[in-house]
Design a protein around this ligand. Structure first.
Ligand code: NAP
Length: 290
């Protein structure tokens, strides 16, 4: 039987609906909407698209989205001064510095400067540490979104073998910790992992966050496995194909024949990332203003 497709657009819609209700309640109680401030340095086209989408979606969810567009040559002290101002502003609940930053700016220093209570990207070491020790911080958006698919199908992770392919700070490591917190037996694969195929074969759940088009073959999957595909890869167009087709890290057509559940690309994890960013903003607002 072909896999059930986990519809990220529908799940994101439901998530945003809940965010809207909470944001409206916050506004009634505190006389202002939750505020999300996004800092964009430079004119990277992909970043401009992401930031535009965040601003639009915030507006739809009764969140006050503000974008601070800074020139590419912005020096570190000016960026840190802006972050300090946003940290001190009571009307700012969430701060997101769009990554990647231009190469003269140290991303670690910038992320460290954000008030952890406003760090809606969940990347500050205080929030990363909270995840490690099992305390409630703000969790990174994409991994949280991945977990929501499993919660939505009421998948019991206890004792299941989960494989995370990729170990980035943004996706792989945090999602591995989240799976572990739900009592899965977790393995993390990366570029030095030997025999990825065998690791995939023995896993009940696969989270692929690599950035290599269709690296994971459908035939490798255990029958009935749950596949969460984070990868977003733009293919070189083949003859007759629409330019720039997006594919994930898993060969979707093949995988669909063996998996129990699978997220598509596009329309899977992607839409959930922004929905969780908005949810984190409302959560940060509620926590700072109980
Ligand atoms: P990243 O920082 O480049 O990390 C990629 C990871 O994959 C690294 O840990 C790397 O291993 C590992 N890797 C590379 N080649 C491998 C191979 N052949 N076998 C096994 N592991 C391999 O990327 P990222 O930021 O985590 O993003 C991963 C993908 O998710 C990208 O396609 C990105 O566009 C996508 N993404 C999507 C969303 C969304 O909202 N849907 C959000 C974030 C990212 P090493 O550590 O050994 O180098």
């Amino acid at each position: 039987m072909p896999a059930e497709i986990l519809d990220g657009r529908a799940l994101a819609r439901r998530t945003r609906k809940d965010v809207r209700v909470r944001a409206k309640r916050f506004k009634r109680k505190h006389g202002r909407a939750p505020g999300l401030d996004v800092v964009l340095v430079g004119d990277d086209p992909a970043s401009q698209v992401y930031v535009g989408a965040k601003e639009r979606m915030a507006g739809k969810c009764h969140i006050e989205g503000r974008v601070h567009r800074l020139p590419v040559e912005t020096p570190m002290d000016a960026l840190l001064a802006l972050i300090a101002t946003l940290n001190a502003d009571e009307n700012v609940d969430g701060i997101l510095v769009q990554l990647p930053l231009p190469s003269h700016l140290d991303e670690g220093v910038v992320v460290d400067a954000i008030d952890p209570r406003k760090d809606v990207d969940g990347l500050h070491p205080v929030n990363a540490g909270a995840l490690v020790v099992g305390r409630s911080g703000l969790t990174p958006c994409t991994p949280t979104g991945c977990m929501r698919f499993l919660e939505d199908i009421e998948y019991d992770l206890s004792g299941k073998r989960a494989l995370v392919v990729g170990r980035s700070i943004l996706v792989g490591k945090p999602v591995a910790l989240m799976l572990l917190a739900k009592n899965a037996t977790v393995s993390i694969a990366h570029s030095r992992t030997k025999d990825l195929e065998s690791r995939v074969r023995e896993s009940d759940v696969i989270v692929a966050a690599v950035g290599r088009p269709e690296l994971i073959q459908g035939a490798w999957l255990k029958e009935g496995a749950v596949v969460i595909d984070v990868g977003i890869n733009r293919l070189e167009p083949k003859e007759g194909e629409a330019p720039g087709t997006l594919v994930g890290d898993v060969d979707f057509a093949e995988a669909q024949e063996r998996a129990g559940y699978i997220t598509p690309v596009p329309g899977g994890v992607g839409p959930m990332t922004i929905a969780i960013l908005l949810e984190n903003t409302v959560l940060a607002a509620e926590r700072r203003n109980p």
